[in-house]
Design a protein. Structure first.
Ligand SMILES: Nc1ncnc2c1ncn2[C@@H]1O[C@H](COP(=O)(O)OP(=O)(O)OP(=O)(O)O)[C@@H](O)[C@H]1O
Length: 262
């Protein structure tokens, strides 16, 4: 039987990540409580919530920086609850701004090239002729162009302006061809101008990719996220698109301490 091409709609409805009853206790304090979350392939899913809501702890559970106290994590059809962090990265769960930290004294191109080498599994073949490794330059340049850093290929990462550094981090993450990108507050600490640039960049380069992001800036969330999960005190208080969650009384209460936020 001939296989049918998968339509965008069908692809978007495939759940790639699911947590069931995910819980993390710290000595009797429950930071993440019974979280049931589903992320569909090809979508941007944002996690928001006030300080201390449990967002970072939840991310750390997904990447196995922390071990859950209870519950399971399923990724791409596999139960990964008891997998080691390296296995999870190998399966394509890549956390940007942490794992893919850039090397400050290497150029933008060299940074992307190293990520590409890692993806190809040739990182230790340092005896290969430089020329062979130079074949990666074309691919690296294409990625730099994609994130708007073509003119900065020779610039050392440390010399890039903040927003451009973030763009480089995104390029090195994409180079690893993630099945799921975890973005940790991608616009944190940025000027309004950089927030706009990085938001546009994420919107452009992540098309068709699956992202879970923690983000405090609600403008960024409203323009990027297909679906939003709101956490408060370790629990999900609301889920839906931006319009649904932003008008939810429990969300207003979590953020502002009142359901009448006018
Ligand atoms: N290792 C730990 N030991 C004890 N308590 C912890 C630990 N890590 C986090 N917590 C607590 O768990 C709760 C959730 O913290 P978490 O950092 O996940 O929240 P968050 O939503 O990411 O907050 P923020 O937006 O401020 O980064 C907080 O009350 C925090 O103090």
């Amino acid at each position: 039987m001939e296989s049918q091409p998968v339509s965008d709609a069908a692809k978007a409805s495939r759940c790639i990540l699911e947590t069931r009853g995910l819980t993390k206790d710290f000595k009797g304090f429950t930071a993440v409580k019974d979280i049931n979350l589903k992320v569909n392939e090809g979508t941007i899913h944002a996690l928001i919530g006030p300080n201390g809501a449990g967002k970072t702890t939840f991310f750390n559970l997904l990447t196995k920086f922390l071990t859950p106290s209870a519950g399971t994590i399923h990724f791409d059809g596999h139960d990964i609850t008891h997998r080691r962090p390296a296995d999870i990265a190998q399966r394509g769960v890549i956390r940007s701004f942490q794992i893919s930290a850039v090397f400050p004294h290497l150029s933008a191109r060299e940074n992307v090239r190293i990520a590409l080498q890692r993806q190809l599994g040739v990182s230790y073949q340092f005896w290969r002729p430089i020329k062979m490794l130079d074949q990666l330059n074309d691919k690296a340049d294409a990625l730099l162009q994609e994130v708007g850093l073509k003119e900065f290929a020779e610039t050392k990462a440390v010399e890039l302006a903040y927003g451009r550094k973030r763009a480089l981090e995104i390029a090195t993450t994409i180079a690893l061809e993630p099945k799921l990108m975890l973005l940790d507050e991608p616009t944190q600490g940025m000027s309004a101008e950089d927030v706009g640039t990085v938001t546009d960049l994420i919107g452009r380069v992540v098309k068709g990719r699956t992202i879970v992001m923690v983000e405090h800036n609600l403008n960024v969330v409203s323009s990027l996220a297909d679906r939003i999960t709101v956490l408060n005190r370790g629990e999900i208080v609301a889920e839906g698109d931006y319009e649904a969650v932003s008008t939810n009384p429990q969300v207003m209460e979590a953020y502002m301490g009142t359901a009448h936020a006018d």
